[in-house]
Write a protein that binds this ligand. Structure first.
Ligand SMILES: Cc1cc2nc3c(=O)[nH]c(=O)nc-3n(C[C@H](O)[C@H](O)[C@H](O)COP(=O)(O)OP(=O)(O)OC[C@H]3O[C@@H](n4cnc5c(N)ncnc54)[C@H](O)[C@@H]3O)c2cc1C
Length: 302
């Protein structure tokens, strides 16, 4: 029996764990790219997540955590890494004295609305980012001059040896679309304590409506995508550089650069990972030739 089968045999009877073999990824990523995942695991408790991390270490198997799949692309059609999905099955939110504790699978919108329901404001600027908390912390997701780091008090995670640990906001080393978790790919974010404040609910709801309207008008809505593909270089927006290379509407297979926002790549129907990767290479090459600027990826290609 090979290592993967031995691993599967070991975890077969674990409680609080769903195991899928050879499953399609289309519904688990916002790009709707249809990779085939050899093994996908959906744990529902902290104890099982920890046990899986220990087993994966024992069997020396590579894994990747997925939240809402809104910033991730697998380059190969058949994905051999073990995929662990941490989203709605791991999404409790709790109100504590002066803060909210949310598990990493909670969606940002859920957390924002939970706060408002209890008369507290937090993260309104981030409404419309289709992220789970874990993915948002990993990427330090942000919008409208705010990033999630502004609300983080501390982050709980499991390290590569199965130890439960906590990092303060400062220890997370947040910066533009960056956190320490990008250097520590085997750490699993479990949840975070988030700062809240008493707020005028009517005003907060109006702000949310305004931001959602802004997104509707400025971002493509008709095709599946992953948000901005590239980070903005320090002095100019990535979309401006791409626009100036006349790339709007440029297409490889079913992957197309949006006419509306040049930093978005759209899946017109059945785009393959390879179509998107070729488009990315083409953009990086042309932008470098024209401006001597290397466009760094915001999208995680695995
Ligand atoms: C329409 C649209 C609009 C968007 N707008 C914005 C925006 O305004 N601002 C912005 O910053 N982003 C935006 N995004 C991108 C995206 O939502 C963010 O990057 C988000 O933070 C990704 O979260 P996720 O849960 O989808 O992570 P995933 O895509 O599932 O994963 C992203 C990375 O995080 C890691 N990860 C996820 N969960 C965990 C965990 N629990 N522990 C350890 N690692 C983990 C994954 O391994 C992966 O490397 C947009 C995307 C779309 C589709």
């Amino acid at each position: 029996m090979d290592t993967k089968n031995l691993f599967l045999k070991k975890i077969a009877k674990y409680p609080d764990l769903l195991i899928y073999k050879d499953c399609y990824f289309k519904d688990f990523n916002t790009f709707h790219v249809n990779n085939l995942i050899e093994i996908m695991l959906i744990p529902k408790s902290i104890h099982i997540i920890r046990q899986l991390i220990l087993d994966l270490k024992t069997f020396e198997l590579a894994f990747v955590i997925i939240g809402n799949g809104s910033k991730i692309l697998f380059k190969d059609f058949y994905v051999h890494k073990i995929v662990i999905l941490l989203n709605y099955n791991f999404s409790n939110i709790l109100l504590e004295e002066n803060e909210i504790y949310a598990y990493s699978g909670a969606k940002l919108a859920q957390i924002i609305h939970y706060g408002l329901k209890h008369q507290f404001g937090l993260m309104e600027e981030l409404i419309g980012i289709p992220a789970c908390l874990g993915g948002a912390i990993y990427k330090n997701a942000g919008a409208h001059n705010k990033a999630i780091s502004e609300w983080i008090i501390s982050v709980d995670y499991i390290d590569e040896f199965g130890n439960f640990k906590t990092l303060t906001k400062e220890e997370c080393q947040f910066s533009y679309r960056y956190s320490i978790f990008q250097k520590k790919k085997k750490w699993v974010i479990l949840g975070a304590r988030l700062q809240i404040q008493k707020t005028d609910i009517k005003q907060a709801k109006e702000k949310i409506q305004k931001i959602l309207l802004y997104r509707m008008h400025h971002q493509p809505r008709n095709h599946h995508n992953c948000g901005s593909v590239f980070k903005n270089p320090p002095t100019i927006k990535a979309y401006q550089l791409i626009e100036q290379c006349q790339f709007k509407g440029y297409r490889i297979g079913d992957a197309m650069i949006s006419e509306q926002h040049a930093n978005f790549i759209l899946n017109l129907n059945q785009a393959k990972s390879s179509d998107i990767c070729h488009l990315i290479q083409k953009i990086q090459q042309k932008v470098y030739e024209k401006f001597q600027i290397h466009l760094e990826l915001e999208l995680e290609i695995i």
